[in-house]
Design a protein around this ligand. Structure first.
Ligand SMILES: [Zn+2]
Length: 69
């Protein structure tokens, strides 16, 4: 289910985690070449993604697949 990003925080390992409007969270790692999200490492990039949507698997219990979309 698509949920809007309302904020970001870092976990204990300094990975970035998106806070979604539904109250769930989702890692948005930048680990090239598998996870290529250069925007997540800059404040400007993160700010530009506020209000955009991520698929939230926790809101979609019937859907199977990887947790990270
Ligand atoms: Zn959710």
């Amino acid at each position: 289910m698509d949920r809007r990003i309302v904020g970001f925080h870092q976990d204990d390992e300094r990975h970035w985690v998106a806070d979604l409007e539904c109250g769930h969270t989702q890692h948005v790692r930048h680990e090239p070449p598998w996870m290529n999200r250069p925007w997540v490492v800059t404040a400007e990039g993160r700010a530009s993604r506020l209000g955009t949507v991520l698929n939230c698997p926790k809101c979609d219990p019937d859907r199977t697949g990887p947790v990270e979309s």
